[in-house]
Design a protein around this ligand. Structure first.
Ligand SMILES: [Zn+2]
Ligand SMILES: [Zn+2]
Length: 83
């Protein structure tokens, strides 16, 4: 089955801040932080079909990452991993 490796604690994803290039830390699922995610994200970045969160046909998970240096928050889609 496919599942998000971050949500399941399999891997720790480290990204890079788009502003300063520093490490970003996974803060968990984006929806747990923002109800109105569309106000914070541009649509190309989140790639949600018809703007429906947690769509059943989706095989990716949107996570919120926080830059440890400048505090910049950004969302990243995590592709599901086959287990
Ligand atoms: Zn996830
Ligand atoms: Zn930064």
């Amino acid at each position: 089955m496919k599942a998000c490796a971050l949500c399941n604690g399999i891997i720790e994803h480290r990204g890079n801040c788009s502003k300063c290039g520093f490490d970003t830390m996974d803060q968990g699922r984006y929806y747990d932080y923002y109800d109105d995610y569309s106000a914070y994200m541009d649509i190309e970045q989140i790639k949600l079909a018809d703007g429906v969160p947690n769509s059943s046909c989706s095989d990716e998970c949107l996570h919120l990452f926080l830059c440890v240096n400048c505090g910049n928050e950004e969302g990243k889609t995590i592709q599901f991993t086959e287990f």
